[in-house]
Design a protein around this ligand. Structure first.
Ligand code: ZN
Length: 211
């Protein structure tokens, strides 16, 4: 089963993605992770990405898509994958749909994690991440230690209040049209109420996957 997670920053996609992937027995694939892995392993697309990164440029969608294709045609994703943060713009939605079609695959479920904006601002403002393993924590002070790896917890620059508003604005202008695009192409996006305890949100997501 291939599942695409959609939703604004702070909606809990990363946390839910890991839980859902484990329940389904398939890997969670996040763009940043596969990009880092491809660069580290020196795959063809990873080397292409590295050339952009070394110049300080953004890695273009075409290269990211190439990396996703490498991942989606590997044995690790034979049973499917939970794709987190892979689709943020309409061109990326088009690209993913086309790339999977080339592999004879398609997305089985789109889950949109929905949280009111005020709650997102609260969550993101209270979030710190491990400098080392990137695990996010809520309500912890920067400078304390990560429970997973002992790394230092830091507040990311883009979790400062002004940056948060800006990220939500980017989401509204870039990602919201993705929902319409899927609608127009008769791919149903299931909206999950993600304002609540983690286990309740997981239960709603699992329910939607069964539909
Ligand atoms: Zn850590």
């Amino acid at each position: 089963m291939i599942v695409v997670l959609l939703g604004p920053p702070g909606a809990g996609k990363g946390t839910q993605g890991e839980i859902i992937a484990e329940r389904l027995g398939i890997p969670r694939i996040a763009t940043g992770d596969v990009l880092r892995a491809a660069v580290r392993d020196g795959t063809e697309q990873g080397l292409a990405a590295k050339a952009y990164m070394d110049r300080g440029d953004l890695v273009p969608d075409s290269v990211i898509l190439g990396i996703m294709k490498e991942v989606m045609s590997s044995p690790a994703t034979e049973k499917g994958a939970v794709l987190d943060g892979v689709v943020r713009t309409v061109p990326q939605a088009e690209g993913l749909t086309g790339m999977l079609a080339e592999l004879g695959k398609k997305v089985d479920k789109f889950l949109l994690f929905d949280v009111p904006e005020d709650e997102l601002v609260n969550r993101l403002g209270g979030r710190v991440v491990c400098e080392n393993c990137q695990t996010p924590y809520m309500g912890r002070d920067p400078g304390t230690a990560c429970e997973k790896c002992g790394g230092r917890l830091v507040r990311r620059k883009d979790d400062e209040p002004e940056a948060i508003r800006n990220r939500l604005e980017v989401y509204r202008t870039q990602t919201a049209p993705v929902i319409d695009w899927y609608d127009d192409h008769e791919m149903k996006v299931f909206k999950i109420d993600a304002d609540g305890p983690v286990d309740e949100v997981t239960a709603r997501a699992i329910e939607a996957l069964k539909e």
